[in-house]
Design a protein. Structure first.
Length: 309
């Protein structure tokens, strides 16, 4: 099998879904599958992951597996050191050990947002940038930093993490850690849906239904999404001042809302940030919701390259 023909499986484990895809070494997604994330704990999540991998391997020959997983990851061991209740019972999951034992393939594991960032660094909007702050808005809020195309993990694996930043607001639901005054409690997808329910007195799930209501002219839905975008922009203004990235890249499922969320985010950022930070480019992720899958697969490819040297 030549380098150009190598294929990898990228896996994205999230709070609401587990997705897997066959990805080429150039980042092309050949086939993808997904399933709802089971609520029965880490064993059930890994069972679902293996089932998706087996489904893809029935039709494709692959060289290895890359996994983007929520939480703080011991990358050498492929173990989850810490995880919030975004994925209950996930802490301590032996992702690499379990998957290697059950698939007989090499497995690389990193945090899900860092996987997203790696994909964007390799073939997306992060390519060629001196420094990038990646932000993922989905079931939770995540972040990652890269410098000269290399991910920065920090001393404890949390570099770039944004979920637990204190904000001047209270969410209608708690952050994954339980606090209601963290960014994740106010601006994640479930937080926006919960805020709509609080203001409108009508429970609407998931966030996409709130988005549909906004497009139908519901002023409460529009206010909820606008307020979340503005708060994100204000918070990112402070983060950008601290880290001074060349660009900020916004990804994740909720980011697919598009300009209705991103325009108020950018406007608040420009207003809040000091010069010249206020001029920092803020760009949508080029790879969209495929970014974690592509990034995880390319991380697996990079690991194999390092090992073979």
């Amino acid at each position: 099998m030549t380098h150009g023909q190598e294929r990898w499986i990228g896996v994205d484990i999230g709070g609401t879904k587990v997705a897997a895809a066959v990805v080429t070494s150039t980042g092309e997604v050949i086939e993808s599958v997904r399933a709802a994330t089971p609520a029965a704990g880490k064993a059930a999540v890994l069972d679902t992951t293996v089932a998706l991998i087996d489904q893809l391997r029935a039709e494709h020959t692959v060289d290895g597996i890359g996994v983007g997983a929520p939480g703080i990851i011991d990358r050498a061991a492929g173990r989850v050191l810490f995880a919030s209740d975004i994925l209950p019972g996930w802490m301590g999951a032996e992702v690499r050990g379990e998957l290697e034992a059950r698939t007989s393939l090499p497995v690389t594991v990193d945090n899900d947002v860092r996987a997203m960032a790696h994909g964007e660094n390799m073939i997306g909007v992060g390519y060629g940038r001196s420094s990038v702050l990646f932000v993922s808005i989905g079931t939770g809020i995540g972040g990652a930093l890269s410098v000269n195309g290399e991910l920065r993990h920090g001393a404890h694996g949390t570099a770039g993490e944004l979920a637990h930043l204190l904000v001047p607001a209270s969410g209608a639901i708690g952050c994954g850690c339980g606090r209601i005054d963290h960014l994740e409690a106010v601006a994640s997808g479930p937080a926006m849906a919960a805020e709509y329910a609080s203001r409108a007195g009508v429970s609407v799930q998931p966030l996409q239904k709130v988005v549909s209501l906004m497009h139908s002219g519901d002023p409460i839905a529009r206010a909820v999404i606008t307020d979340a975008g503005e708060l994100l922009g204000r918070v990112l203004a402070g983060v950008a001042t601290a880290f001074d990235p060349e660009v900020i890249v916004i990804g994740g499922g909720a980011a697919q809302i598009g300009p209705d969320l991103l325009s108020p985010l950018v406007a608040a950022f420009r207003l809040e940030a000091m010069r010249p930070i206020a001029d920092t480019a803020i760009l949508p992720a080029h790879l969209g919701t495929d970014a974690p899958l592509v990034g995880a697969a390319l991380l697996a490819a990079a690991t194999r390259t390092e090992v073979s040297r």
